[in-house]
Write a protein that binds this ligand. Structure first.
Ligand code: GP9
Ligand code: MN
Length: 625
């Protein structure tokens, strides 16, 4: 007959195993929930991607558990519980961050989230917490019960027993991980953090991104090698030899330049009606007398609004991780403001929010803006949008024009604010959206309608001041308004079914340009990105941009946009880097990836060149003439 103490011991062992299993399986479940709630994964549950993601996450949990098993003895139960809380907090933070930025948190993102940034976006971030996220917390009461019961009765384990335990966990974890890893495309890992999160799970992705950050920012030598210098010069030589045409060249020579970056204005709101009314009547009217570029993709990454500013003002790609405004404000840039200054213009940037946000205050020095008018310089006399406590676009535009010395040639860069996510400020705004009343998409349409009204007022004001016909006017949207988790609402509005290539085609922003005394409106459907705005402006104003990575959309027959996540859109195909899939541009049919690898490479090389220049401050050392 078994001794009583043996039975107690055996029960304790079972309970301990159960406790570890609860930890492992609840974490795995949370990983799975993350994939679907963020719409990172839309595949069926048991798709190969999900299975590899689960196996890789399991492997990492086993490896981490082995560390706990070897480090902690009597306190192993508490350690596992604390560990659970930490991983859960990480997953929850990721979920919210992902819902807004469609990216995982990374070390640079984390550091740029200073107190100011966090307090300012908290309304947006909080709106992304969903009741169902409580799922993340469901296991914690059980784990807590487990700790209370087990820790009290836990004895110390012999060292040998701990080593055997830890080693078994480690070996099973390692073998599982490397079997899964061997089936992964390592090349894509380097260019797309979402690929790793999707295929190998959130935990691996964090490990990989942090490793990359340490290698790139801390360990790597940031001096430009001769080889890199040569590659950059060769790249621009090639690129610049392609500028041939001169249609509309110089139509705005020596005129003022007014650029308006419109917050969260996507292409699909243009020329669209809801309940019989135009969403953007003023922009639609403007388009009828302008050049309207209707095939331009946003190319922002973690720097969102600031990335869009960067693309327009430098014709370079923003960095893959974090925001270039935060990470590289000391670099040399051949920016639009620098060029205009050299031509004798006064240069202004104007934005009705805190001057430190997105590190604008510092970055504008590098971009060579003479003057930055931020929230501090405006009278806060009217509020609209975002959290309801920020200067309205209407007042922003009205006050801005008084700040510019219009007696001298100027370049002014306006950044609007009111139509900022999450748009619920506009819920009661007087623009009826029918079945979309009270929904995310409905509120967005109202925000877009408000912005449009302000643009209408602005144009009137420009006309009254005689600036409309004396300036080159450029308006464009900065980035997406509708994250993937809200795709259902957008699909309902457009009356179409979701599919990946069509979703990509929706990631466009309107670009509208009016030049002085323009008589012929035109719709230009060349495929491009925000990176192409500067070269297009350069042609219209007749100056050179030898350092631009973009193309002049009026004088090119190249149709392409490289997105910052490594996806590529051309008139023939759409390459989705997340999925490693190529689709026919027109029919949306899936194509054979192998036939496209060579075609995609030169596009991706543009990202590489841009990254090298920025990471190594290349323009400090290179002269291209
Ligand atoms: C804040 C504004 C918003 O100044 O530009 O930035 P976003 O959150 O859209 O990147
Ligand atoms: Mn923005």
């Amino acid at each position: 007959m078994k001794h009583l103490s043996d039975i107690v011991k055996q029960r304790f062992n079972y309970a301990e195993v159960l406790y570890w299993l609860l930890f492992i399986f609840s974490m795995l479940f949370k990983c799975l929930y993350f994939q679907f709630t963020t719409k990172l994964n839309t595949d069926p549950f048991f798709s190969p991607t999900n299975i590899t993601m689960m196996l890789s996450s399991l492997a990492i949990l086993l490896i981490l558990s082995s560390l706990i098993a070897i480090i902690f003895n009597k306190y192993r139960f508490i350690a596992l519980f604390v560990f659970n809380i930490l991983l859960t907090a990480l997953l929850m933070a990721d979920t919210n961050f992902f819902r807004y930025y469609y990216n995982l948190l990374t070390v640079p993102c984390f550091f740029q989230m200073d107190i100011k940034l966090l307090s300012s976006v908290d309304q947006s971030i909080m709106s992304l917490f969903l009741i169902k996220d409580v799922i993340y917390l469901l296991d914690l009461p059980f784990m807590l019960m487990g700790v209370v019961i087990l820790h009290k009765n836990a004895g110390k384990l012999y060292f040998k027993k701990r080593v055997v335990r830890a080693l078994s966990l480690l070996v099973v974890g390692m073998v599982t991980f490397f079997s899964v890893f061997s089936c992964t495309d390592i090349h894509t890992l380097a260019y797309n953090s979402n690929y790793s999160a999707k295929n190998l799970g959130v935990f691996y992705s964090h490990y990989y991104n942090t490793k990359l950050f340490i290698e790139e920012s801390i360990l790597e030598d940031n001096t430009l090698t001769n080889e890199e210098k040569g590659a950059i010069i060769e790249f621009f030589k090639n690129k610049n030899s392609k500028f041939t045409g001169n249609r509309l060249n110089g139509v705005a020579k020596d005129k003022n330049l007014i650029v308006v970056q419109m917050e969260a204005i996507q292409h699909f709101v243009i020329n669209r009606k809801i309940e019989g009314k135009e969403i953007t009547p003023n922009l639609n009217k403007l388009i009828k007398e302008c050049l309207y570029f209707d095939n331009v993709y946003y190319q922002v990454a973690g720097g969102n609004t600031s990335d869009a500013e960067f693309l327009t003002n430098t014709s370079m790609y923003p960095v893959k991780e974090g925001s270039v405004y935060h990470r590289f404000p000391e670099n040399t840039y051949h920016s639009l403001a620098r060029i205009m200054k050299e031509k004798g213009y006064d240069t202004y940037s104007l934005h009705g929010f805190e001057k430190y946000f997105w590190n604008r205050n510092e970055m504008y020095k590098a971009l060579k803006f003479d003057t930055f008018y931020s929230q501090d310089d405006f009278e806060l006399d009217d509020f609209a949008g975002w959290d309801g406590q920020t200067l309205s676009d209407s007042s922003f535009f009205r006050q801005s024009l008084d700040k510019i010395d219009t007696s001298k040639p100027f370049y002014s860069f306006f950044i609007t604010l009111s139509s900022h996510h999450p748009f619920n400020y506009f819920e009661d705004y007087d623009f009826y959206v029918g079945e979309f009343e009270g929904t995310f998409i409905g509120n967005y349409l109202k925000a877009a309608n408000y912005l449009d009204k302000c643009i209408g007022e602005f144009i009137e004001n420009l006309k009254q001041r005689g600036l409309y016909d004396n300036s080159l006017l450029v308006l464009y949207g900065d980035h997406s308004a509708v994250p993937k988790i809200e795709s259902d609402g957008l699909m309902q509005l457009l009356g179409v079914e979701y599919n990946d290539p069509d979703w990509t085609k929706l990631q466009k922003v309107p670009v509208i340009i009016h030049y002085p005394q323009q008589e012929n409106p035109e719709v230009i459907s060349t495929i491009g990105g925000q990176i192409d705005i500067l070269p297009t402006v350069a042609n219209l104003m007749d100056f050179d941009v030898p350092y631009a990575l973009g193309k002049d959309l009026i004088n090119t027959d190249e149709n392409y946009a490289v997105l910052r996540n490594g996806s590529v859109v051309t008139k023939d195909f759409i390459y989705l880097n997340d999925l490693k899939e190529v689709y026919d541009y027109n029919s949306g049919k899936l194509l054979d990836m192998d036939l496209y690898i060579d075609k995609i490479k030169p596009y991706i090389d543009e990202l590489k060149i841009s990254d090298t220049i920025i990471n190594k401050n290349g323009f400090k050392y290179i002269n291209i003439d």
